[in-house]
Structure formats: structure tokens, C-alpha cells
Design a protein around this ligand. Structure first.
Ligand code: ADP
Length: 171
């Protein structure tokens, strides 16, 4: 029973990386960041510049969205990186990779990814945070598809993102 306070202190000294495409950021992503920032000392959001995965918003746009959206939270910063996230974590003295999980399908993918990352950086641990039930259906790809049909995305993404999604509306 004496271990709980010890764990809380250790956790507060831990910096976590939250990597993703964030194409675009949703309330689901922000909910994970908001909750995790009360658990970890610092959260470094890493917007992936993924050469193999095409994105609808440029890295600069995704970075700008995130920077604006996390600005109320002093222990959250936003970065871009175009190489292995484990190397980013190591270079920034982060010992945790944070990932959000919406479903069993997500978990299966995230679990395999975590095993791969463990092989690349054994000293870095992956932490999974389950989605808030309010956001479990939110998926960037589905939101973009909804936007192409002129659907209302205001409950899924912040106003700055909803505005930018207007570019996908039919002319
Ligand atoms: P990827 O890294 O596969 O490109 P995303 O950029 O879509 O994924 O998401 C980054 C992280 O946020 C992933 O761990 C993903 O599972 C998580 N995530 C995305 N949407 C939600 C949501 N609605 N609730 C909780 N976690 C989410």
C-alpha cells in the first residue's frame, strides 16, 4: 500500500511523447492530451511528417492547429519529426510513448506498434490511454469524409479545424 504515492511522484517526473498524424486534430486527440498532461510532467505532441502516408493537411497546417489548440496548457509543446519516434523520444529525454485507444481494432494495431518500438528503444515504454466514451467514434479519416458531404463536424473538431475542413465541401 506504500507504493501508490511513490508511483505518483515518479509519474510526475516522466515526460511523454504523443505522436500522430493529427490530420486533422480532433476532440478525441485533445481529450487524450488534456487527461495525460495531469499524469505526466510534460507532453510533447509530435506531428508526424510521414513520407509513406499522404495527408490532406500539410505538416505546417497540422502543426499550426495543434500549437493553437494546446496553447492553454503550459506543460504541452508541439513538434514535428520525420524519422523514428523512438529516436525523437530519446533525444528529448522522454521515457513514455503515449497512444490513445478507441477500440479492440485500435488496440491490436497499437499493440504491434508498441512491440516494434520496444525493440527499437527498450528503455521507452508505451502507455495506452482509452478514449473517453464521448469520443470513441471520432476518426480523422471519417471526419474528412463527412466534411466532403457537407456534414456537421462541429461536435468532432474545434472551430479552427471545422473552418479549415470547409475546403473539402462540394463546390
Ligand atoms: P496515427 O498515429 O495512426 O496517424 P492519429 O493521428 O489518427 O493516428 O492519432 C494519434 C493517436 O491518437 C493514436 O494513438 C490514436 O489511436 C489516438 N486517437 C485518435 N483518435 C482518437 C480518439 N477519438 N480517442 C482516443 N484516441 C484517439
Amino acid at each position: 500500500m506504500t507504493i501508490a504515492p511513490y508511483r505518483i511522484i515518479v509519474c510526475f517526473m516522466v515526460k511523454a511523447v504523443f505522436p500522430g498524424s493529427f490530420d486533422p486534430p480532433t476532440y478525441g486527440h485533445l481529450n487524450i492530451i488534456e487527461r495525460a498532461r495531469t499524469v505526466f510532467e510534460e507532453i510533447l505532441v509530435v506531428v508526424a511528417v510521414n513520407r509513406t502516408k499522404s495527408s490532406n493537411f500539410t505538416a505546417e497546417e497540422r502543426m499550426a492547429f495543434m500549437t493553437e489548440l494546446v496553447s492553454p496548457w503550459p506543460n504541452v509543446s508541439v513538434h514535428t519529426y520525420d524519422a523514428l519516434v523512438v529516436n525523437f523520444a530519446r533525444a528529448h529525454h522522454c521515457s513514455v510513448l503515449l497512444r490513445g485507444v478507441r477500440s479492440v481494432q485500435d488496440f491490436s494495431y497499437e499493440f504491434e506498434l508498441s512491440i516494434m518500438n520496444k525493440g527499437l528503444g527498450p528503455e521507452i515504454e508505451t502507455f495506452f490511454m482509452p478514449t473517453d466514451p464521448k469520443y470513441f467514434v471520432l476518426r480523422s479519416s471519417a471526419i474528412k469524409e463527412l466534411a466532403t458531404f457537407g456534414g456537421d463536424v462541429s461536435s468532432m473538431v474545434p472551430p479552427v479545424v471545422a473552418k479549415a475542413l470547409e475546403r473539402f465541401f462540394p463546390i
